[in-house]
Each structure stands twice: as structure tokens, then as C-alpha cells.
Design a protein around this ligand. Structure first.
Ligand code: SF4
Ligand code: ZN
Length: 319
């Protein structure tokens, strides 16, 4: 069998880029991967000199690759990289992920801190789901806000100036579709991939893989021998996101560039949002207040996670 040769050299190709059919060897695949991440960092001005960077590491492919990339980039951009993990308390799943996260942090000899839902909110996710009752929403609707808050609080506690997460291009495109299908495209309009929001209790979250596909990340992990947790969360089957993933996966067979097109549309919306600014007719819904429960910035009286805690407490009272 004849293997294709790399477009840039005489080495055997390990991958053909689906959108332009370019064949790449291991060395040039790694180069193009890093170049793309660097371009994303430059485009959205994700980092500043001497940032203290908290990398959210779950032990899955995205976060394990992210840590590898952030450590490599440290040589170019003076900064400090620290790994943080969140133990949601998902029986038979998270403990395994945490092993991979620890392994990844140990590989580079960097500090690694684990925080848990139980310490932060008084409940494991599994317990919280029971307390929320049988007519609760899908697990991710609770886990998502808890996770965001736990990561933000963890980053703040360790003195981080940026919180980095492994959301990839597929995740970002799915989020835009989810907002659209929930009738909440304003969320996309007013969100900002650039770390500009300022609040004393908020650590700006940045996503260097916004333009990197899931396929590239899996390949990078496998070709560079980075072990990661392969099992999916047992609650993922309940997630709305799964439907968006299926739609996109099916469509990407015909057009592998569709995720980039969705992200371009989302960038155009952010740009529009910044032009509309405070004159938006919807600004009444978006006044930034401070949560009565925890003081975090939010749109209503309570932030997402304090609303969930209130719901759990009222269920406990009524039983
Ligand atoms: Fe949490 Fe849902 Fe992710 Fe599981 S799939 S870790 S429940 S957000
Ligand atoms: Zn709150």
C-alpha cells in the first residue's frame, strides 16, 4: 500500500486535512496545530505578559492536549501555568478522569489543585440530582453552572489572571446552534471571545481551541502519546448538546468547514453586539448585577449556581 507523502516534506503523511485535502506528516501536523492555536490566541488577544494561567483539566482529550500546548507556549510567552480540576462527584466516571488529569500535571511537573462540588456547594452532583427530584432538567443544566462557578472560584483562589478551558471548534459551533434553537441568540450576540469583562470576583475565561476541531485534538493526543480518559460522562446522553453534535457530524461529511462558518457568524455577531453596546433594546435584560447569594456578577438577583442551590434547599425543606 502506498502512503501519501507530506505536502511540506518527504515524510509519510499521518493525516489529510479534510477541508483542503493537504497531507501532513507528524512534524508538520504538530506545527500546523500549534500555529493555529497561536493564531487564535493572537486574534482574540487571549493572553498578556506574565499571566498566571489556570488550565481546567478534566482528564479528557481536550484538556490533556490543552495542558501540553499551554506548557509549550510558556516557553514563548512568559507566564505561569497551573492545572485545576473539578470533582463534580459523578460515580464511576470522574475519579478515572482525575487520574488522567494528575498524570498530565505530573508529566510537566506543574502545580495541580482539585476542588469539588461538595466543598463548594455542599453536594456531589449525583446527590444534588436526587434532591432536585424526578422532574428535574437534564443533569448538564445543573452541572454546567456549578462547573463554571467552581472553575472561576478555583482560578480566583489560586490567584490566576486567566482561566483557560479546552472548548474546541465543534463545542463552540454546537453552543451557537443551541443558543439559536433555544431562541437565545442574544447570548451569542453579547458574549465575547476576547477576555475583556472586568469584575473583582471574575477571572476571564479564554478558549485557545476555539478554531481547532475535535478531530485535530484527538489526533494530536494520539500521535503525541498523551493518555486521556476516553469514556463519556454517563449523564451526557441527557444533553441537548448531543443533538447538535449529531446534526453537525452528519453535515460535516458534506462540508467539513461548517464549524468554522458557524464560528465566523458568531464572531460577526459579537462584533455587532459590541457596536450595539448599551443602546441595545434588550439591555434591560442584561444589566450586570451582583448575585445576592455569592456576589458574583449575574443578570438577575441570583447567579445560575445560587438559583440551583435555592432549588435544592427548597426541595429539602419541603420533604
Ligand atoms: Fe457535567 Fe453534563 Fe459534562 Fe457530565 S456531560 S460532566 S453532567 S456537563
Ligand atoms: Zn451566586
Amino acid at each position: 500500500m502506498q502512503f501519501p507523502i507530506c505536502y511540506h516534506c518527504d515524510e509519510k503523511a499521518v493525516w489529510q486535512r479534510p477541508w483542503d485535502k493537504t497531507n501532513l506528516c507528524l512534524k508538520h501536523f504538530n506545527k500546523s496545530f500549534m500555529r493555529k492555536v497561536q493564531k487564535t490566541i493572537n486574534q482574540y488577544k487571549l493572553f498578556e505578559r506574565n499571566d498566571i494561567i489556570a488550565v481546567g483539566v478534566s482528564g479528557g482529550k481536550d484538556s490533556v492536549v490543552l495542558l501540553d500546548v499551554m506548557v509549550k507556549l510558556q516557553e514563548k510567552h512568559p507566564s505561569k501555568v497551573i492545572a485545576i480540576s473539578i470533582d463534580e462527584g459523578i460515580e464511576g466516571y470522574r475519579q478515572d478522569g482525575l487520574k488522567y488529569a494528575t498524570m498530565a500535571a505530573e508529566r510537566y511537573g506543574i502545580e495541580h489543585y482539585t476542588f469539588s462540588f461538595e466543598e463548594e456547594f455542599g453536594h456531589h452532583l449525583d446527590d444534588a440530582l436526587v434532591l432536585l427530584g424526578s422532574d428535574r432538567k437534564p443533569a448538564c443544566s445543573y452541572c454546567g453552572p456549578f462547573r463554571r462557578k467552581a472553575l472561576n472560584d478555583a482560578a480566583r483562589k489560586i490567584g490566576a489572571t486567566k482561566l483557560v478551558t479546552g472548548h474546541n471548534a465543534d463545542d463552540e459551533a454546537q453552543t451557537v446552534l443551541m443558543n439559536l434553537m433555544r431562541g437565545d441568540l442574544l447570548k451569542t450576540l453579547h458574549s465575547n471571545p476576547e477576555p475583556k469583562f472586568k469584575h473583582s470576583s471574575f477571572v476571564n475565561r479564554v478558549k485557545p481551541f476555539r478554531k481547532t476541531t475535535e478531530q485535530e485534538i484527538v489526533l494530536y493526543a494520539n500521535l503525541n502519546n498523551l493518555p486521556y480518559q476516553e469514556e463519556s460522562c454517563p449523564h451526557a446522553v441527557e444533553a441537548f448538546r448531543g443533538h447538535m453534535k449529531n446534526i453537525l457530524t452528519e453535515y460535516m461529511v458534506h462540508d467539513p468547514t461548517v464549524v468554522f462558518a458557524i464560528i465566523r457568524s458568531s464572531d460577526a455577531l459579537h462584533h455587532l453586539g459590541s457596536l450595539v453596546g448599551d443602546t441595545s433594546p434588550h439591555k434591560g435584560n442584561r444589566v450586570i448585577k451582583e448575585c445576592i447569594g455569592c456576589g458574583d456578577p449575574c443578570n438577575g438577583d441570583f447567579c445560575g449556581s445560587c438559583r440551583i442551590i435555592n432549588e435544592i434547599n427548597s426541595n429539602i425543606k419541603n420533604t
